[in-house]
Design a protein around this ligand. Structure first.
Ligand SMILES: O=C(O)CCC(=O)C(=O)O
Length: 274
């Protein structure tokens, strides 16, 4: 459990640098060493384990059936402990987006994302490889610009199933929904040409508190977790303030009270964070 002392501590992250913004623009992703402090990592990991247990399987089985990791949402921006951290990430997302002056950034969602050991029996999905995909189409939004920060909560070596990216793939447009590839599960089967056009970078090695951030048009994937422990990470997504729902069924949010082309302007669910 997060201790009272830790819970009273305001969590935060450092801002992105000018060089990181330039590399994100060029590559569609960038590594952010030491994005969050060791104290912030400890509080996040405590929160995750309080919900999921040491084996990362103590939570309810998610209705979202995907093999990438076992998802568990945090208390999000409503949490006074998390909010300063989420606002810091929103500020960096705004810098990375490089959109017009005055346009804000909205929180889109977050999740603890432990990849379960491939060699273990589990009642949860989440012990497979993350087959290569883009996030954009699945988000059900009319414009790109959104991104995911992927933050390591422990030192993570390649064999834990860390992230890889196809450099520059964010410039190739929308390449299909991740559940729709016709040949295999993997975008590289349907689009072998992207492997020729974009170098694969990774699997990335992370120290606890290191992060990567990728555009929702950047192709990414990860191997299986070949260790006997969960791969602990926390992911948080941000979108431009002017993004609108396309009307397609997204996996990332409920659309019950929404109409086609509504903005994500429900401030309780998608608060402005940058
Ligand atoms: O953590 C993973 O293995 C996959 C994460 C992912 O697909 C994402 O952050 O968009």
């Amino acid at each position: 459990m997060a201790s009272a002392a830790a819970a009273s501590q305001a969590l935060s992250c450092r801002p992105v640098t000018t060089d990181e913004v330039a590399r994100y623009d060029e590559q569609g992703w960038v590594k952010l060493p030491g994005l969050v402090s060791p104290e912030t990592v400890r509080v996040l990991l405590d929160m995750a384990k309080a919900r999921m247990g040491e084996e990362a399987q103590g939570n309810a089985v998610s209705p979202m059936q995907q093999p990438f990791f076992n998802p568990e949402v945090s208390d999000g921006p409503a949490s006074p402990v998390l909010r300063p951290l989420i606002d810091g990430i929103g500020a960096s997302a705004k810098t990375l987006m490089q959109r017009r002056k005055g346009l804000g950034v909205r929180y889109f969602g977050d999740s603890f994302a432990p990849k379960l050991p491939a060699g273990r029996e589990t009642r949860h999905p989440g012990a497979g490889a993350t087959y290569y995909h883009q996030d954009f189409i699945n988000w059900g939004l009319d414009r790109s610009g959104g991104m995911t920060f992927w933050i390591a909560l422990e030192d993570l070596a390649e064999d834990t199933g860390t992230m890889s990216f196809l450099d520059g793939s964010h410039r190739l447009g929308a390449l299909g929904h991740y559940r729709s590839y016709e040949i295999g599960n993997d975008i590289r089967d349907d689009y072998p040409e992207i492997v020729e056009r974009c170098s694969q970078i990774g699997p990335v090695t992370y120290k606890a508190g290191d992060a990567t951030v990728h555009s929702n048009l950047t192709v990414h994937g990860a191997g299986e977790n070949l260790t006997d422990r969960p791969r602990w990470a926390w992911i948080i997504m941000a979108n431009p303030e002017d993004a609108r729902w396309t009307g397609a069924p997204p996996e990332a949010f409920l659309t019950d009270s929404m109409s086609h082309l509504d903005r994500l302007d429900d401030d309780a669910r998608f608060p402005l964070i940058g």
